[in-house]
Design a protein around this ligand. Structure first.
Ligand SMILES: NC(=O)c1ccc[n+]([C@@H]2O[C@H](COP(=O)([O-])OP(=O)(O)OC[C@H]3O[C@@H](n4cnc5c(N)ncnc54)[C@H](O)[C@@H]3O)[C@@H](O)[C@H]2O)c1
Length: 248
């Protein structure tokens, strides 16, 4: 796919999966805007917009700035997300609201801001970041899991409603991927279970049938496919890229 002249917005593109996708699409020639609360020191400031996805106005303003400059938005990767580890009893109100705020409301705000533009264009491609937890449950993951279950549903309802406007919406469902997010999960899991980090790392590797943790670039490649015209007849789908984890 030729990415030249494509305008892409990615939320949460400073580190991890969002960054890998930003790098891949930019290498192909796309103009990629990074909406994030943290600016990467080595990034092109012209394409960074401060945006807290939890706040509707923050997202609306950021999308408006991109549209004013580019006069179009071809693609959205609504990817910003945080983790929360803990049982229901251990989940305090503030943490619950925060994880729902970033992972669910953040994606909803992004859709609400971009869909009117894509509707006017009669064209658009959107990818939301789900998780293996779109399909399965994990212990100590009720709050995070509910947010990713919601993303699976949001993918399907949005895809069905906006197909009439030639807008496609799909969901990428990563397994355990080598990012700062996973490092934090492993550290917390180790502390909660009195294990060392290497032991937890090895459990996470063995849990995935391919026997290893995935790389952000492997998710970026699948996201690029879903965003691009190569997947022109695909909408409302949840694509697992998880070393076979949910196939078990
Ligand atoms: N890494 C994994 O193992 C894994 C597995 C399944 C799903 N995911 C999902 O992938 C997505 C990306 O995760 P990652 O592993 O790359 O994590 P990461 O922590 O490396 O990156 C998350 C990005 O989101 C940004 N962000 C956080 N809060 C924000 C906010 N309020 N507004 C705007 N930006 C914000 C961060 O600054 C960062 O750039 C998340 O939705 C996560 O749930 C990750």
């Amino acid at each position: 796919m030729d990415w030249n002249n494509r305008t892409v917005v990615i939320t949460g593109a400073t580190t991890g999966i969002g960054k890998a996708t930003k790098d891949l699409l930019r290498a192909g020639g796309a103009k990629v805007y990074c909406l994030d609360i943290v600016e990467a020191s080595d990034d092109d400031a012209a394409y960074f917009i401060y945006c807290d996805v939890r706040i509707m106005q923050s997202v609306a303003d950021a999308i408006h700035r991109v549209y004013e400059k580019e006069k179009k938005i071809d693609m959205l990767f609504a990817n910003a997300g945080i983790h929360f580890l803990g049982s229901i009893e251990d989940t305090d109100e503030e943490s619950l609201h925060n994880v729902i705020g970033v992972n669910v409301l953040g994606v909803f705000h992004s859709l609400k801001s971009v869909l009117p533009i894509m509707k006017k264009q009669q064209r658009g491609s959107i990818v939301l970041t789900g998780s293996d937890q779109c399909f399965i449950g994990k212990a100590s993951s009720a709050a995070y899991g509910l947010t990713k279950g919601a993303i699976g549903q949001l993918t399907k309802s949005t895809a069905v409603e906006y197909a009439a406007y030639n807008i496609r919406v799909n969901c990428i469902c990563p397994g355990s991927i080598n990012t700062p997010f996973l490092d934090r999960v492993i550290d917390q899991f180790a502390a909660a279970n009195q294990m060392n980090v290497q032991e937890v790392q090895s459990i996470f590797e063995k849990d995935q049938p391919l026997g290893r943790i995935g790389q952000p670039a492997e998710i970026a490649a699948a996201v690029a496919f879903l965003l691009s015209d190569e997947s022109a007849f695909t909408t409302g789908s949840l694509l697992s890229v998880d070393g076979g984890y949910v196939a078990q």
